[in-house]
Design a protein around this ligand. Structure first.
Ligand code: B12
Length: 247
């Protein structure tokens, strides 16, 4: 047993084993100081600081920049720490909650505009943050969306599609267990197939997705395709982001 001196604020209160091959740090790769600061605050379980840092990051970089350059590297780093140690699930929960709150507070287009994009997590899928980033990034580009959230059963998804007639549906699967292509087969044969069916997340088996389902590889790509699908006249989100950076 040793005391992790890299974390003076917990020294004396926390005894840490170092056998897991690393201390209480999250690797954030080439991501910059903003990601390192966020990772440190998350590891301290300092919720208010995590929120502040997330808010500042979204304001300064926009949702896409904040997700790609700061939030995603930290989440991936936390996942790696979990894999190596089977610990820090509390960190995962805290940062997830804060990310949800901050992305949810990004202003949405006026409620008078009907959403033509439906976002949902696959059956039994609890990971939703990328969809929340997508909803917020679409909102920044002026595109309203409906977000159903975690663990949407296939029948509920089909009912929602039948009732709202979206142009585009994005289903997120993080884990191979939740990426059953049958969900798509049922939706596409329901008589209410959307124009754009987007399979997002690493859980989908690329080679077994039915014809007509498009793989979405990144937040940027998803925002671009969805914005074009619902409104071909929408300004290119990449240009909107560049304009955001200049302000
Ligand atoms: C936050 C988190 C949670 C939160 C989710 C909260 C929420 N509201 O979403 C909670 C605590 C609930 C959770 C639970 C679990 N989790 Co979890 N979780 C994560 C974590 C840290 C981030 C998830 C995330 O948002 N990923 C999205 C981005 C950040 O990562 P990515 O998918 O790799 O990104 C790539 C692409 O998807 C794409 N991309 C990124 N963003 C976007 C956005 C869009 C729109 C598009 C199209 C593409 C795209 O670009 C990236 C590079 O290619 C990951 C670590 C990780 N690497 O993902 C673990 C991780 C996914 N979880 C894992 C596990 C094991 C679990 C649990 C089973 C146990 C646990 N750790 O608690 C449970 C069960 C969940 C279930 N049944 O659904 C494993 C999965 C391993 C596997 N492949 O099977 C991971 C990978 C951690 C790990 N390394 O072990 N988790």
């Amino acid at each position: 047993m040793t005391i992790d001196t890299a974390w003076p604020e917990v020294t004396g209160r926390l005894r840490v084993t170092m056998r897991d091959g690393g201390g209480h740090t999250i690797r954030t790769g080439r991501a910059g100081p903003a990601a390192r600061g966020l990772a440190r605050a998350a590891m301290r379980l300092d919720g208010p600081a995590v929120r502040d840092l997330l808010e500042m990051t979204v304001v300064s970089r926009g949702v896409m920049g904040a997700w790609d350059e700061v939030i995603m590297p930290v989440l991936i780093g936390i996942g790696e720490r979990y894999e190596a140690t089977r610990r820090f699930i509390e960190v995962e929960h805290l940062i997830s909650r804060c990310v949800t709150e901050v992305l949810g507070s990004v202003p949405r287009p006026p409620s008078s505009r009907t959403p033509r994009v439906l976002l949902a997590a696959a059956d039994e899928e609890q990971h939703t943050l990328p969809l929340e980033a997508l909803a917020a990034a679409l909102a920044e580009s002026g595109v309203p969306s409906r977000l159903l959230g975690a663990r949407v059963p296939p029948q509920a998804l089909n009912d929602a599609v039948a009732r709202t007639g979206p142009i585009a549906v994005v289903l997120w699967s993080q884990l191979p267990d939740t990426g059953d292509p049958v969900q798509w087969v049922r939706l596409l044969s329901s008589g209410h197939a959307p124009l754009l069916a987007g399979a997002a997340g690493p859980g989908w088996p690329a080679e077994r997705l039915p014809e007509g389902v498009v793989r979405l590889g990144s937040l940027r790509e998803a925002v671009h395709l969805l914005a074009m699908a619902v409104s071909p006249d929408t300004p290119d989100p990449a240009q909107a982001e560049e304009a955001h950076r200049r302000t």
